[in-house]
Design a protein around this ligand. Structure first.
Ligand code: BV8
Length: 258
C-alpha cells in the first residue's frame, strides 16, 4: 500500500488525531510566512526582531503599526483548501465519536474562519489586542487604529495578544498540545519549519509516541527525519486529497507535485 493510501486509511480509522500547523498552511491564502522575503514594511524589518518585547519597548509605534498592518492584511485573506480540509477532517472524526486537536502557531484565525471547532492558538492571535496596564482585551474593527501605539482608556497602550520571542506560551495550551500529541493515533505537522520551540517539541513528543506521524511542507525540516511520512507539496493540494478521497482509494492517485 503506498504512502497516500496508508495515510488515508489511518485517518479514517483514527480514534484521535492531533494536528500542528504553521505559517505554511496560510501561505496559499496570501498570508506571508515568517521566513520568506516580503514586500512593504515586512521587507525592511526582520520579523523575528520585531516579534519581541524588546522591540515593542524600544519602538511601540513601529511594532504596533506592523502588527496592525498584518491584522488588516489577514482580514482580507480567506481560508484556503488546506484550512477547509482540516475543518472537514475534524467533523469526520467527531462524527464517529473520535477526538481531534488542532494546535496552531498561526495568529491569523483562518482556522476559525474555515470552521475548525476549537483551534488552540499557542502563539495567540492578531485580532485580540491587550491593554498593557489592565490586561483587558479588545477586538478592533476592520479599520486601522487611529494612532500608533494605540492608547487604551486606562492609561496604557494596546499590544497584540500574541506570544513574542522570549515570552512564555500559555501553559494550558502547551499542555493540551503535548497531551494530544503523546496519545493520538495520527499526528500531522503541516506548514511549519519546526525550528521554534517549545511548539516544535510537540512534534517530537508525537514522534516518540504511538502515532502514525506525517509532515507536509515544501522543503525538509529538522522534523523530517523523525516522522513516518515526510510529504513535499502544497498543503492546499495534499490535504484535500487525504481528506476527500474514500477510505480505500482505488484511483491510485498519488500526491500532486508542488
Ligand atoms: C519561550 C507569534 C520561554 C508572533 C511567534 C527551547 C525551548 C524553549 C524556547 C526556546 C528554545 N530554543 C530557543 C528558544 C527561544 C525561542 C525560539 O524557539 N527561537 C527559535 C528561533 C530558535 N522560543 C521562544 O522565545 C518562545 N518562548 O519559549 O518562552 C523562554 C523565554 C525566554 C528564553 C527562553 C525560553 C516563544 C516562541 C513564539 C514566538 N512567536 N509567532 C508573530 O507571529 O509575530 S513564532 C512564529 O514563527 C510563528 O508563530 C511560528 O511558530 C514560528 C515559525 O514559523 P513557521 O510557522 O514554522 O513558519 P516558517 O516561515 O518558519 O516555515 C514555513 C514552513 O511552511 C516551511 O517549512 C515551508 O516549507 C512550509 N510551507 C510554505 N508554504 C507551504 C508550506 N507547506 C505546505 N504548503 C504550503 N503552501
Amino acid at each position: 500500500m503506498d504512502a497516500h493510501a496508508r495515510i488515508v486509511e489511518a485517518l479514517h480509522k483514527a480514534g484521535s488525531i492531533c494536528v500542528l500547523t504553521g505559517a505554511g498552511v496560510s501561505t496559499e491564502s496570501g498570508v506571508p510566512t515568517f521566513r520568506d522575503p516580503q514586500e512593504g514594511l515586512w521587507a525592511r524589518y526582520d520579523p523575528a526582531r520585531l516579534s519581541t518585547p524588546e522591540a515593542f519597548e524600544a519602538d511601540p509605534a513601529l511594532v504596533t503599526r506592523w502588527y496592525d498592518e498584518r491584522r488588516l492584511a489577514c482580514l482580507a485573506c480567506r481560508p484556503n483548501p488546506a484550512h477547509l480540509a482540516l475543518a472537514k477532517l475534524e467533523r469526520q472524526v467527531r462524527a464517529r465519536g473520535g477526538q481531534f486537536t488542532l494546535i496552531t502557531q498561526n495568529i491569523d484565525r483562518l482556522h476559525h474562519r474555515a470552521g475548525s471547532g476549537n483551534p488552540v492558538e499557542i502563539h495567540g492571535n492578531l485580532h485580540e489586542w491587550r491593554c498593557t496596564k489592565t490586561g483587558r482585551i479588545i477586538e478592533p474593527g476592520p479599520e486601522p487604529f487611529p494612532e500608533y501605539p494605540p492608547r487604551s482608556p486606562f492609561g496604557g497602550i494596546y499590544r497584540p495578544n500574541v506570544v513574542w520571542f522570549g515570552e512564555m506560551l500559555p501553559q494550558w495550551a502547551l499542555e493540551r498540545g503535548f497531551a494530544a500529541a503523546a496519545t493520538c493515533d495520527v499526528y500531522l505537522t503541516i506548514g511549519t519549519s519546526g525550528v521554534v520551540y517549545p511548539a516544535a517539541g510537540i512534534t517530537e513528543v508525537a514522534c516518540d509516541g504511538k502515532a502514525l506521524t506525517v509532515e507536509i511542507t515544501l522543503e525538509p525540516t529538522p522534523m523530517s527525519g523523525l516522522v513516518d511520512f515526510a510529504l513535499r507539496g502544497k498543503a492546499g493540494r495534499i490535504l484535500p486529497q487525504l481528506v476527500e478521497v474514500d477510505a480505500h482509494p482505488s484511483n491510485g492517485r498519488g500526491f500532486d507535485p508542488v
